[in-house]
Ligand binder design. Structure first.
Ligand code: 5GP
Ligand code: MN
Length: 343
């Protein structure tokens, strides 16, 4: 197990998890809406590991994940609830064990929530690195981890040792780690994480190949959209160390927007010297989805919770606004006049 993490995966809890799995005929592994690399990587690795131990496991996410994740071995086995709820619903509702990976609020399962809530019998296990974990039968919750995939690495090692990390698991976990840490550059990048990554590389995860697949397979129209947003749509206010970008549905259409195309754009304004707080407002069919990022002490989890029905981590969070874009932005501008990150 990663040496410098606290005892999140102590032997007693691993034994408890083993007992829960041993008693389960069927296991549903679930991850959050708009699945990112960590959601898919952690869920795939966990389900591949449990399958190899002989369990009947299926892995579900509420909606589609970005195409660039298709190269992960086994990605074809991820079940998309919005596409196949007929088959997913009864499995989740009747599962003997539910494992929630990479999210801290049941609402992040969106339409899949009802299927989980219909299952009043199955114990729930949490494995997640967000703040404010729910009270489940068994929780592996630790905000000290920069990704849930790193947690799954430690969980598998605590359960079965590094021998249990197959090539398929190594690739899935490596993808989850690099996507949640901005290729090992954001917070909580510990020596232990590098040791875990070294082991994953030893097990066959190819850093150059994976970086290419994850970071350098964008479409031309996505790159042009980024150029347009930075040039025409980014508002910067150095006095309050804040920048934000808006993206409307019409602009998405103009740039042939595909799932995942907005990933990472919200981080870009943070590369401006005076900016410590960045927001991106994305118009969807039913709401304005907002991403928040910060560097340093400004807590965007608290900000998202307090003002925009959301949450997340201290330096990366999301929320939503139900109303037109203009109102969402006006509200944001009003709030940041008083609440803004100091140097
Ligand atoms: P993103 O901006 O990439 O959608 O999300 C950033 C982080 O905030 C992720 O860790 C995600 O799990 C979390 N997050 C995003 N939206 C929400 C939300 O509506 N509620 C909560 N609790 N967390 C969110
Ligand atoms: Mn994550």
């Amino acid at each position: 197990m990663t040496k410098d993490m606290k005892n999140t995966f102590d032997p007693a809890k691993i034994i408890q998890l083993q007992a829960l799995c041993a008693e389960a005929r069927t296991i549903a592994v679930l991850s959050h809406t708009n699945p990112d690399g960590d959601a898919i990587g952690s869920g795939l690795a966990l389900s591949a590991f449990l399958k190899r131990l002989g369990y009947d496991v299926r892995f579900f996410v509420p909606n589609h994940f970005p195409k660039f994740l298709n190269f992960i071995p086994g990605s074809g086995s991820v079940e998309i609830y919005s596409e196949a709820c007929e088959s997913a619903k009864p499995y989740i509702a009747d599962a003997d064990l539910i494992i929630c990976s990479d999210f801290n609020e049941i609402g992040r399962l969106e339409k899949m929530t009802a299927a989980v809530e219909a299952n009043v019998i199955a114990p729930r296990v949490l494995i997640d690195h967000h703040m404010s974990p729910p009270e489940y039968e068994l929780s592996f919750s630790d905000t000290g981890y920069s990704s849930t995939s790193h947690m799954v690495y430690d969980l598998i090692c605590a359960w079965r040792g590094t021998e249990a990390i197959t090539h398929e698991i190594a690739v899935a976990l490596y993808v989850g780690i690099v996507t949640d840490t901005g290729n090992l550059s954001y917070g909580n990048v510990t020596p232990g994480l590098y040791r875990a990554v070294a082991e994953l590389v030893e097990k066959g995860a190819q850093p150059v190949e994976i970086s290419k697949a994850v970071f350098n397979t964008q479409s031309e129209s996505r790159l042009r959209m980024v150029g347009y947003l930075l040039s025409e749509k980014m508002k910067v206010d150095c006095d309050i160390h804040t920048a934000y970008i808006t993206l409307t549905r019409a602009e998405k259409t103009r740039f042939n927007h595909q799932i995942g195309d907005t990933e990472g754009i919200v981080n870009m304004p943070l590369s401006i010297e005076c900016i410590n707080f960045s927001a991106m407002f994305i118009e969807t069919l039913d709401c304005i989805k907002i991403s928040f990022r910060s560097q340093g002490d400004f807590d965007v989890n608290l900000f998202a919770r307090e003002y925009f029905n959301g949450g997340g981590h201290k330096n990366a969070a999301g929320g939503r606004y139900y109303g037109p874009m203009s109102e969402a932005v006006a509200r944001f501008e009003e709030i940041i006049k008083t609440v803004h990150p100091e140097y």
